[in-house]
Design a protein around this ligand. Structure first.
Ligand SMILES: Nc1ncnc2c1ncn2[C@@H]1O[C@H](COP(=O)(O)OP(=O)(O)O)[C@@H](O)[C@H]1O
Ligand SMILES: [Mg+2]
Length: 402
């Protein structure tokens, strides 16, 4: 294969490891600075040049996108996607992971532990938000990395003062529950495809609550519990990342996902775990390269009147208890793409699969027909909250491929 590594810093440990691992496996590699691309956006012919010249067709791209120039780099990845080049991570997922708030928003729809967090715009909302998550409280500048921009305020008063002054400085902030039992430590789980290939624990210097390696934290190898492994895979899966560094706090209630890194560095994790993570990623790309990304929504929008929606199954739903082939779905040309049950997903379920209360069916079909299956939550709630409030938090009647 011809592999391009998108990286600003060609002399970094991580870029070097990718280059060596790819060469060891017989591939050709080029390190490409995202800032040196020009993107040509023409109807029907998306193309690009690198340093003013057309680029020989690549088979795969490994994006290394830092906080700086994230937008430029992500648009380069998007251009490769338009050309059908396989990218280790899709551009839309990179964008979500680059934003701590967006990440938590997306994760919060699923059954996955996250620290209680609030994002406020108005001064009047600061106090109540702090009360909600409790003190001491963590305050995060959304654009911060490597521990800079993460503060711990012991009291409500201190927190309010900090937040107000940061807001004056036009910073976007996240107010977050301090997971005190995980003070100064966290877990980095390195996800490649559907596996956690390596994991480590980071332990901060004394007197420091942030366990960033840049702040002097040391690392140790860990054997992950199933629960932590599952949370890491789920977080990466929900965001749509195939290669991800998932950071988890070790709370008394189990793992809490703090952030998900779409361009995780290799130095710390390879040293701590002894695993050839770069090699694992190249090997994974070799297997996946025939499946470049496509934006399913774009394709579906081409068929007017059709939609992808989530159908939540309430306890009283006539569908509950039926096998798929017993439902009218087939006659109505409704395709069940998957079934979400608790925290697992059953892809492409067979006709004999039984629908259970609490399931969420991801369906493709005619908009008008699908409409009949969406519970009318708003109306019912007003009538009697008691017998119609669904248990499942994913009951969003507007959910679909918008
Ligand atoms: N809610 C929290 N509870 C306890 N510790 C936290 C919390 N959020 C962050 N930390 C600590 O601060 C460190 C940096 O926070 P993080 O959100 O990862 O920011 P950055 O992107 O700057 O690394 C984490 O590695 C962790 O040790
Ligand atoms: Mg971090």
């Amino acid at each position: 294969m011809r592999i391009g590594i998108l990286t600003k810093t060609s002399r970094s440990y991580t870029a070097g490891r990718f280059r060596d691992a790819a060469r060891e496996r017989g591939h050709r590699v080029r390190l490409l600075d995202p800032g040196k691309f020009a993107l040509m956006v023409e109807s029907g012919r998306p193309s690009l040049t690198f340093k003013g010249r057309p680029l020989t067709k690549l088979d795969a791209i490994i994006p290394r996108i830092g906080a700086r120039q994230a937008e430029i780099s992500t648009s380069v990845v998007r251009q490769f996607e338009q050309q059908g080049v396989y990218c280790a991570n899709p551009s839309h997922a990179i964008s979500i992971a680059g934003d701590k708030l967006r990440t938590l928003q997306v994760l919060s729809r699923h059954r996955i532990g996250i620290p209680a967090s609030a994002f406020v715009f108005d001064k009047a909302d600061i106090g109540p938000a702090i009360d909600k998550v409790g003190t001491p409280v963590i305050i995060k500048v959304l654009s911060g990395t490597q521990g800079a921009g993460v503060l711990l305020a012991e009291t409500r008063k201190m927190a309010e003062a900090i937040i107000e002054s940061l807001q004056i400085a036009k910073q976007n902030l996240l107010i977050q529950e301090f997971v005190s039992e995980s003070r100064g430590r966290d877990i980095r789980a390195f996800v490649v495809g559907d596996r956690v290939v390596a994991a480590m624990r980071r332990i901060a210097q004394e007197d420091e609550f942030r366990s960033n390696v840049h702040l002097g934290a040391f690392t140790e190898a860990v054997e992950l519990d199933k629960e932590y492994e599952r949370a890491a895979l789920l977080a990466a899966g929900i965001l749509g990342l195939r290669v991800a560094g998932v950071d988890l706090l070790e709370s008394n209630d189990g793992p809490k996902v703090m952030e998900v890194n779409a361009s995780p560095g290799l130095e710390g994790i390879e040293a701590a775990s002894g695993v050839n993570v770069a090699g694992e990623i190249i090997e994974y790309i070799e297997k996946q390269v025939t499946f470049p990304d496509l934006d399913i929504r774009e394709h579906l929008h081409l068929s007017k009147g059709y939609r992808v929606v989530e159908i939540p199954i309430l306890p009283k739903s006539p569908l509950a208890g039926q096998a798929l082939h017993e439902t009218p779905f087939k006659e109505q040309e409704i395709l069940v793409l998957n079934i979400k049950r608790d925290s697992i997903v059953l892809p492409s379920p067979s006709g004999t699969e039984k629908i259970l209360p609490g399931d969420v069916l991801l369906c493709y079909g005619k908009e008008l027909v699908l409409k009949g299956y969406i519970p009318q939550r708003m109306k019912k709630k007003r009538k009697s909250a008691k017998d119609s409030v669904p248990e499942n938090p994913t009951q969003d009647s507007s959910a679909g491929a918008q």
